[in-house]
Design a protein around this ligand. Structure first.
Ligand code: MN
Length: 417
């Protein structure tokens, strides 16, 4: 493992091998940076000091979002990453010791912004366990998986403009909810839920009409964030047939502020579960892969916060459980010739494992409220109450390998307007 001149605490998500990209607010405006230890290395400052040379155009390092970086080639992403590693390693001769502080900001001292302008947003439904659980809950008595599920990565187009960054309060949405009498009322959701997901952000895309082959997907995927696809289950249950989720999900989707690159995750590639029946040829990838990323959901109620009780971990899952891989998702999304662009976000769908403690949503964890969660404050939860804070975490780690963490994405529920 490598060392940096920036101190990296032993439990940090952000050693020098990670170097995830984000956008933080400085007194001079939003700057692009990479997280390292408890600090951020400022790419604007590095570019201004001519430390990035011609590795990337000045407009990329001095931008206020990651979109110009996303628009560069896969090779350019690799060159910038190697250059930043050179600048940050402990024995670098490029930045004199007395100059180093001016390139750093404390992560605790700055506001993180949405790292890229989300151009388009798709959410898949790629966990077999989640799709099976939801099928049992939403369509009891029927076959839990619809006949198409094992043939294609089911997905829907979400709302790009309501993708928000970590820390953004989530207003409880109101909508049409079916009553006992069978007719709907318009009311605040009583079944507000979370969805534990990861999502990948794309770079340069394809030409309209030309699909991206599964084997070429890696060239188009820049990196990965944590995604919380907040969901109002009562609104969703009434509206979702026949065209899929709409207002039950479009009110907010939270993402983590640091984009972890595929290169950083390389040593955590995992195999894709056996797919039966074998996918159609366009969904096959010679060297398909998932990632071993341990995921968690933490919950802290308002009462826990005021009593000084730390958050409870209510679920632990892993991205390697996904049935459909990112390569298959991207190949499917473009198989009709639809284009992608720098800044498109493709989320995985809720990632559940086979054990109840690994379910990635409250509707599964509490089985639609039949088995409420018991929290360490003595409170119970079937769905989210106002004042609840939910935090998703993600981290790849294994003996002998540098930890590649994602940090966290939190949101606190505020009352309906
Ligand atoms: Mn979802």
């Amino acid at each position: 493992m490598a060392a940096s001149w920036v101190p990296v605490p032993p439990e940090s998500d952000f050693p020098i091998e990670n170097l995830p990209y984000g956008v933080f607010r400085t007194s001079r405006g939003p700057h692009v940076g990479v997280a390292i230890g408890d600090a951020i290395f400022d790419l604007y400052a590095a570019s201004h000091a001519h430390l990035l040379g011609d590795v990337v155009p000045a407009g990329v390092a001095q931008a206020s979002s990651l979109n110009p970086l996303l628009a560069l080639s896969h090779d350019s992403w690799g060159r910038l990453r190697r250059r930043l590693f050179e600048l940050l390693k402990s024995d670098t001769t490029e930045i004199a010791a007395q100059d180093r502080e001016r390139f750093l900001s404390g992560r605790a001292d700055v506001e993180m912004l949405t790292p890229f302008k989300v151009r388009d947003y798709v959410d898949f439904y790629s966990s077999l366990e989640h799709a099976t659980n939801l099928g049992k809950i939403m369509r009891p008595g029927g076959e839990p998986l619809l006949p198409n599920w094992r043939w294609l990565p089911v997905g829907y187009h979400g709302r790009a403009s309501t993708v928000v960054v970590d820390g953004t309060p989530i207003v409880r949405p109101s909508g049409q909810i079916k009553t006992e009498a069978g007719r709907p009322e318009f009311a605040p959701t009583r079944m507000l839920d979370v969805e534990l997901e990861i999502g990948f952000v794309t770079g340069a895309g394809n030409t309209l009409g030309e699909p991206i082959a599964a084997d070429r997907a890696r060239e188009h995927i820049f990196g990965v964030v944590l995604v919380n696809d907040w969901s109002a289950r009562d609104i969703q249950a009434w509206e979702y047939q026949p065209l899929g989720p709409f207002l039950g999900k479009s009110f907010a989707t939270s993402i983590s502020p640091w984009v972890v690159t595929l290169e950083a995750l390389e040593s955590y590639r995992a195999t894709v579960p056996k797919q039966e029946p074998a996918p159609l040829p366009y969904l096959r990838c010679a060297d398909d892969w998932n990632y071993d990323i341990a995921l968690g959901i933490e919950m802290q109620t308002e009462e826990m916060r005021s009593d000084g009780i730390s958050a409870d971990v209510i679920a632990r899952s892993n991205a390697k459980y996904l049935y459909w891989s990112m390569a298959q998702q991207l190949a499917h999304a473009t198989s009709n010739g639809a284009t992608i662009s720098p800044g498109d976000l493709f989320a995985s769908g809720t990632i559940s494992g086979s054990e109840p403690g690994s379910y990635g949503s409250l509707i599964e964890l509490t089985w639609r409220g039949e088995k409420p969660l018991k929290l360490s404050s003595g409170e119970e939860r079937s769905f989210l109450e106002d004042g609840d804070t939910v935090t998703l975490t993600g981290r790849s780690e294994a003996p002998g390998k540098p930890r590649i963490g994602f940090g966290r994405v939190s949101g606190t529920i505020v009352p309906a307007r």
